[in-house]
Design a protein around this ligand. Structure first.
Ligand SMILES: CC(C)(COP(=O)(O)OP(=O)(O)OC[C@H]1O[C@@H](n2cnc3c(N)ncnc32)[C@H](O)[C@@H]1OP(=O)(O)O)[C@@H](O)C(=O)NCCC(=O)NCCS
Length: 329
């Protein structure tokens, strides 16, 4: 007997209330709305409250996903939170989410860190676990409080990111909808292009380091731009070829929401019109692992995802990691 078909049964998202515009940022660092918008497409981002944790945002998105799937917390037996900004180094943010939602005890709960590709990695993992037949309903969540790892004095990074969460419920396929495939990649030769140098076992106490605030994200923006476009194109082309599809058959592409220029270049390379891509980064900036599920939820609610359609999800991030997924609705 083959593996059971697994589908996205519901989606949900959550964005913190506080909006920080490019003009607001220009009061804090030497930048402007014109510079940020023309280089990135970002107009504003959401910033979580001081006491609002990654797990709270994750749980809020998950509640919407459960309602949209018509599934209750009691039906869930797997929770994966993709995040690079967990509530604490341990325990896992997924355990906080489980408790907040009242998900039963006989549930596997863990975090997964593949930075901005985290949601694709978590989707792949949950899909495999469900396809094994050993788990039935998974909450797959991307949630980030990026504001806590940004250096708010560094204009080259702080203007790019935002906070938020997105979630899906994965479960037994109903009708035509199913996950067609996923592909994951990593290139560990480039860990230095995008990282948070301190806070791990290598630099356990970043504040003790006299050379600077190592708990903040550092980035080589130009280099990242170049590899991001190439990696996303490879991840898209290879999954399409694997499934005997061409780009023109994709109704909607949901790319990682990092930069409008990266998305436009990808569209050119794949020879797809720009309107085939769902983009909401002008309102949220780059929310890392939350970006694809947050965009997917908004795309579904905007009617951009219809029964029978095939959607391509494609991401890249620190690691460098990258990956893609094909979803039939
Ligand atoms: C970050 C990014 C927008 C920068 O755009 P760019 O055209 O490459 O700009 P550069 O880094 O070459 O900087 C050009 C100038 O703008 C300045 N600058 C950088 N950030 C600025 C800001 N927020 N406001 C105003 N000026 C800024 C730089 O200091 C530099 O000035 P200089 O020429 O006097 O040295 C772009 O490289 C990018 O999007 N990279 C990908 C980043 C990304 O997506 N990361 C997440 C991966 S998941």
């Amino acid at each position: 007997m083959g593996s059971p078909d697994i589908a996205i049964l519901g989606t949900g998202s959550y964005a913190p209330e506080k909006i920080v515009t490019n003009d607001d940022l220009s009061q804090r660092v030497d930048t402007s709305d014109e510079w940020i918008f023309s280089r990135t497409g970002i107009r504003e981002r959401r910033i979580a409250g001081e006491n609002e944790t990654t797990s709270m945002m994750a749980a809020a998105a998950a509640r919407h996903a459960l309602a949209s799937a018509g599934v209750t917390a009691a039906d869930i037996d797997l929770v994966i939170v993709a995040t690079m900004t967990p509530d604490l180094p341990m325990p896992a943010t997924a355990c906080f989410v489980q408790h907040l939602l009242g998900v039963p005890l006989n549930t596997a709960c863990f975090d997964l860190n593949a930075a901005c590709s985290g949601f694709i990695y978590a989707l792949d993992t949950a899909w495999a676990m469900l396809a094994s037949g050993r788990y039935k309903h998974a909450l797959v969540i991307g949630a980030e409080k990026m504001s806590t790892v940004l250096n708010w004095k560094d204009r080259t990074t702080c203007v790019l990111f935002g906070d938020g969460a997105g979630a899906i419920v994965l479960g037994p396929a109903r009708g035509t909808a199913k996950i067609l495939g996923t592909r994951l990649y990593a290139d560990g030769a480039h860990t230095d292009l995008l990282c948070v140098p301190g806070g791990g076992s290598n630099v356990p106490d970043p504040s003790a380091d006299p050379s600077g605030p190592q708990r903040h994200m550092t980035m080589k923006g130009r280099e990242i731009f170049k590899v991001a476009v190439r990696e996303m194109e490879d991840a898209a082309r290879e999954i399409l070829a694997q499934h005997g599809l061409v780009a023109a058959q994709i109704a909607c592409v949901i790319p990682h929401q990092a930069n409008q220029r990266i998305i436009d270049t990808l569209a050119q390379y794949l020879k797809l019109p720009a309107d085939r891509f769902f983009v909401n980064l002008h309102r949220y900036g780059n929310t890392s692992a939350a970006s694809i599920p947050l965009a997917l939820d908004e795309a579904r609610r905007a009617g951009r995802v219809k029964a029978g359609d095939t959607t391509l999800l494609v991401a890249f991030g620190a690691g460098l990691t990258y990956g893609s997924a094909l979803v039939r609705w």
